[in-house]
Design a protein around this ligand. Structure first.
Ligand SMILES: NC(=O)c1ccc[n+]([C@@H]2O[C@H](COP(=O)([O-])OP(=O)(O)OC[C@H]3O[C@@H](n4cnc5c(N)ncnc54)[C@H](OP(=O)(O)O)[C@@H]3O)[C@@H](O)[C@H]2O)c1
Length: 282
């Protein structure tokens, strides 16, 4: 089994490396080594000997996408088009990661893979266009939608909250956004399991997020509790609930973006969060 991982230094890329099974031959390409917007890079790095490409790359700055939509579309949409085209030429199966932000958040029950998409920000729109390109060149590919990804590495909500807790007496966190926090390590394990057991026939799109849901405020409170338990922060910090409107962000966020995840042996977000925070404590 030969696999290429693109975007290898992002949090999912690093998580895939961390969780990699021993009996699979994997080549990791970071942004510099393989820019998915450049056909020359894709042709240089990929070839017919690969069975799978995992696209862990992406433009993930939701606020930045409102300011630089061209860049978001170049990476999340057009780059995916090129990548899917090259994969089809070499008969490689592409596993692409997408997001809960393809939905508008108006639902009050977990989103099914068949539910109507309707992104409300540039990031979500660019990711939805990317999803469509995945299947333009081959129906053999797979899109995995996930949500609220975090890991011990790079930029994510958990690390940002811990930093804020270390440097402030009180912080404010939105209490009107509901979703399912997902450990990138658990997503990586799921992807490897799918590859090793060749379970990709089930559906072209799958949802993967950890079990349960919460608001960002509840997520931050749980992070703080665990960070104290593992001595990552020493003093209790007051966490105040606020609203998305009050924060006046550039990008609108879906108010509710829980994905219906039917993956077996999936853990709750609280258990996965504890694993990551204990890891951060060393
Ligand atoms: N983070 C979330 O909450 C979340 C939620 C749902 C879905 N997702 C999706 O999950 C995937 C992985 O997310 P993540 O959180 O691991 O992202 P991340 O930490 O931001 O990593 C993305 C990686 O992609 C690389 N990259 C950017 N442009 C590239 C290009 N043109 N060619 C090749 N590599 C490029 C980046 O490199 P540089 O840093 O050098 O630019 C970075 O290493 C993405 O598709 C994202 O949309 C993320």
């Amino acid at each position: 089994m030969k696999v290429a991982v693109l975007g290898s230094e992002g949090q999912l890329g690093l998580s895939l490396k961390h969780q990699q099974p021993l009996d699979v031959d994997v080549t990791y390409y970071n942004h510099k080594e393989c820019d998915i917007t450049k056909i020359i890079d894709l042709k240089k790095c990929l070839n017919q000997h690969y069975n799978f490409v995992i696209n862990a790359s992406g433009y993930t700055d939701v606020e930045g996408a409102e300011v630089c939509p061209d860049l978001a579309y170049a990476i999340n949409a057009k780059g995916v088009d090129l990548l899917a085209m090259v994969c089809a030429q070499y008969n490689i199966r592409l596993i692409h990661i997408s997001t809960d932000f393809v939905f508008d958040g108006l639902s009050s029950s977990p989103y099914l893979i068949t539910d109507k998409t309707n992104p409300i920000n540039v990031y979500g729109q660019s990711k939805l266009e990317g999803e469509n390109y995945v299947f333009k060149h081959s129906s053999y590919n797979q899109v995995i939608r996930t949500s609220w990804l975090y890991s011990p590495w790079q930029n994510n909500f958990v690390l940002s909250i811990i930093k804020l807790l270390q440097n402030n007496k009180y912080i404010s966190v939105v209490d009107d956004e509901i979703g399912s926090p997902t450990s990138a390590l658990s997503l990586a394990s799921y992807i490897w399991h799918q590859i090793m057991h060749n379970c990709f026939e089930v559906s072209p799109i799958v949802n993967f997020c950890n079990k349960g849901f919460c608001t960002r405020y509840q997520f931050a409170k749980t992070i703080a509790k665990l960070a104290i338990k593992y001595h990552i922060i020493l003093n209790k910090v007051k966490i105040l609930p606020t609203t998305a409107k009050q924060l006046n962000m550039l990008a609108k966020r879906p108010a509710y973006s829980v994905l219906q995840c039917d993956v077996a042996n999936n853990q709750t977000w609280q258990i996965e969060l504890q694993k990551i925070i204990s890891k951060l404590a060393g």
